[in-house]
Design a protein around this ligand. Structure first.
Ligand code: HAM
Length: 416
């Protein structure tokens, strides 16, 4: 697990704000769930034979002997919270979003961390394909703010409990006929999870499955219609997508729609985010069936891609003004003024140590503040301040007791 230092933090925070704004503007409300949950929650939903549960879950016994796990993904936890907190009786759909760390024990490598952050949403209680479109469009809007040059939306339908078993049989027959050509993992998957052979990274397996029967050609009428409407609406919104018959996703709870957003710069090697529909998930948790759909964006990967592409993000330190002081009397006044400004919600910083006027103004420049306040000896005695606009260099004199109000006004204008 790794530290995320200030250089990366500014990308994280930028992305987080953009994601929060996009989610809130689409009517999603924030939720956080506990980091530790009973391991069975993920075994029952994500699936016992998935990589996430079988190989990567940090599961251990708590002091009471109960098997618990560090949350490997958010959907199961949010679904549990939805059921446990009576949200089934809220007006549906219930739309929730989160920024939470996830834990997966994998060999650490670029884009794969043992602790990673996901910005995700989950929407419960609505079966309409238009909710799928809403959720996909939101994921794309959030990714767009990252300013990456080449991303793509990959989409597929993996059917439902009505049509998938039949497709599994057709696919299994095909795989058995070609078993000799498959890697050891895929040979095992023929029995455990034949769909996963479709997204195997081994070249020889990909060559075999190139000619495999496709789920989209074997959907039942309901799934076919659902997928068709989604594609029609994506077209209507001018959202470009690629139907990817290999996209099956590595979590068992999905039905029908699955999608991922890829960074084409690395050939889609590591998805920036992924999601899908999971109408059977609440049943896996012992409750009645509630439809649902969501996604998780991998913040660490998006940030890494932004840094690799040297994406420039709007600079902003949260500071609005730098207070410059010259002389003993001015120092005391400046110190008080700095706190008065902060208490009024104006981001203020100043040099507590001595320093020449030019050294202090240099600091102000480095912090990219829009304003500086200067109090020298003359101003200290006359209860005035000099307000300097750092962009234009213009200076104005204000009475000391009016400056906080004046800056409040100017900052609120800047924010608008
Ligand atoms: P997931 O595809 O396992 O889906 O993860 C979502 C995203 O998290 C991935 O696309 C990737 O960007 C990032 N990610 C996953 N594992 C790692 C890792 N080890 N290191 C860095 N980033 C990683 C889910 O977890 C589902 N719960 C998403 C979802 C929400 N589906 C419906 N609702």
């Amino acid at each position: 697990m790794r530290d995320i230092l200030p250089a990366e933090q500014k990308y994280f925070m930028y992305l987080r704000k953009a994601f929060e704004t996009a989610a809130e503007q689409s009517g999603f409300n924030r939720i956080y769930t506990p980091t530790v949950e009973p391991a069975t929650l993920f075994e029952r939903t994500v699936g016992k034979s998935t990589d996430i549960v079988e190989k990567e879950m940090y599961a251990f016994k708590s002091k009471s002997g109960k098997k618990v796990a560090l949350r490997p993904e958010g959907t199961a936890s949010v679904a549990r919270a939805y059921l446990e907190n009576g949200m089934t009786s809220w007006p549906q759909p219930v739309k929730l979003y989160y920024e939470m760390p996830m834990f997966r024990y994998d060999r650490p490598q670029a884009g794969r961390y043992r602790e990673h952050w996901q910005f995700g949403v989950e929407a419960f209680g609505e079966k309409s394909p238009l909710l799928d479109v809403t959720v996909i469009a939101l994921a794309l809007r959030a990714i767009k703010t990252a300013g990456l040059s080449e991303t793509s939306l990959q989409i597929n339908s993996i059917g439902c409990p009505n049509c998938r078993p039949k497709y599994k049989r057709i696919l299994t027959r095909f795989l058995k006929e070609n078993e000799k050509e498959l890697c050891a993992d895929c040979k095992r998957r023929i029995k455990t999870n034949p769909l996963r052979t479709l997204d195997c990274k081994e070249k020889k397996c990909q060559e075999v499955t190139e000619g495999a029967p496709q789920m989209v050609n074997n959907l039942c009428n309901t799934c076919h219609e659902h997928f068709k409407v989604i594609l029609e609406y994506l077209d209507a919104l001018d959202i470009v997508y690629e139907i990817n018959p290999r996209l099956v996703r590595g979590l068992d709870y999905y039905i029908q729609t699955v999608f991922e957003i890829w960074n084409e710069r690395d050939g889609g090697q590591s998805a920036l985010g992924g999601g899908g529909r999971y109408d059977g998930l609440t049943e896996l948790l012992g409750a009645r069936k509630v439809p649902g759909i969501g996604f998780g964006l991998g913040a660490d990967r998006i940030v890494a891609a932004m840094m690799a592409e040297k994406v420039e993000i709007p600079e902003g330190t949260g500071l609005d003004v730098f207070v410059v002081q010259l002389g003993k009397e001015a120092k005391k006044k400046c110190f008080k003024l700095m706190f008065d400004l902060q208490n009024a919600g104006v981001g203020a910083e100043g040099s507590i140590d001595k320093g020449s006027m030019s050294a202090q103004l240099k600091m102000a420049n480095r912090l990219k503040v829009p304003y500086a306040i200067i109090i020298g000896q003359k101003e200290a005695y006359s209860d005035t301040v000099i307000l300097k606009d750092m962009d234009s260099g213009c200076q104005e004199i204000y009475p000391q007791d009016k400056i906080v109000r004046e800056l409040e006004k100017r900052i609120s204008k800047l924010q608008r």
